[in-house]
Design a protein around this ligand. Structure first.
Ligand SMILES: C[C@@]1(CC(=O)O)c2cc3[nH]c(cc4nc(cc5[nH]c(cc(n2)[C@H]1CCC(=O)O)[C@@](C)(CC(=O)O)[C@@H]5CCC(=O)O)C(CC(=O)O)=C4CCC(=O)O)c(CCC(=O)O)c3CC(=O)O
Ligand SMILES: NC(=O)C1=CN([C@@H]2O[C@H](COP(=O)(O)OP(=O)(O)OC[C@H]3O[C@@H](n4cnc5c(N)ncnc54)[C@H](O)[C@@H]3O)[C@@H](O)[C@H]2O)C=CC1
Length: 153
């Protein structure tokens, strides 16, 4: 079912070389975001009350702590994967004040940016988004694109 987010997201491509990216939360949702960010050599750090084994074993720096505004300092963008609406709203407010771009992994209406589904082959990058309205349709479209490129050349 397609949902309206009341948002109008511009698909852009950002150079994250040397930029610090903060992930708040250390569960499977955080790990899924981190795996994609690492494909682009992002300089990722994690803060969470609890961190899953995959993150612990990945070598990515993490700190066990409760989120606070000062944690945003020095980051280009932040992904929140806490699943706590109160914490998420605080991160959105703090991000606006601190000039840090905010993604809330399961709340498109709160996001300043959203994550597209990506097909990448060398320098070709195709990013699919539904404006945050239909994540499963987005993944399906990306998988069709992948199938097209890998079976029609
Ligand atoms: C708005 C957005 C915000 C954002 O996260 O940026 C968002 C929101 C939500 N995701 C939800 C669920 C899941 N999302 C995934 C996976 C991905 N989600 C991604 C993007 C986005 N997800 C942004 C919109 C993009 C667009 O414009 O369409 C991808 C493409 C990119 C990435 O995450 O980097 C990545 C695939 C990466 C890849 O395949 O390469 C999986 C599968 C999995 O985790 O394996 C599950 C099931 C998890 C489970 O429950 O098990 C729900 C609950 C939906 C419901 O059931 O109601 C919401 C909330 C809602 O839709 O309202
Ligand atoms: N949504 C998704 O993309 C996926 C979800 N799942 C399943 O969904 C369930 C939930 O997984 P997750 O979404 O990862 O949630 P989770 O509850 O496992 O992780 C939330 C994380 O946020 C942290 N956190 C909460 N409040 C915080 C605060 N104030 N400051 C700092 N950190 C804070 C917690 O310590 C934890 O690390 C799991 O069972 C998981 O296996 C599985 C695959 C994908």
């Amino acid at each position: 079912m397609r949902k309206s987010t009341g948002k109008n997201f511009l698909p852009i491509a950002i150079d994250i070389t040397g930029e610090k990216i903060l992930v708040i939360g250390g569960g499977q949702s955080a790990w899924n975001k981190i795996k994609i960010l690492k494909r682009f050599d992002a300089d990722v750090e994690v803060i969470a009350l609890k961190v899953c084994d995959e993150i612990k074993e990945s070598g990515i720096p993490y700190r066990i702590k409760a989120y606070e505004k000062a944690d945003l300092s020095g980051f280009l963008m932040v992904y929140s994967c806490t699943n706590y609406p109160e914490v998420d709203r605080q991160i959105v407010r703090d991000g606006r004040e601190a000039g840090v771009l905010v993604n809330i992994h399961d709340q498109p209406a709160l996001c300043q940016f959203i994550s597209p589904a990506i097909y990448q082959k060398d320098h070709l990058r195709i990013a699919v988004t539904s404006n945050g309205t239909d994540v499963y349709g987005t993944i399906e479209a990306r998988d069709r694109i992948k199938h097209y490129f890998e079976n029609n050349q």
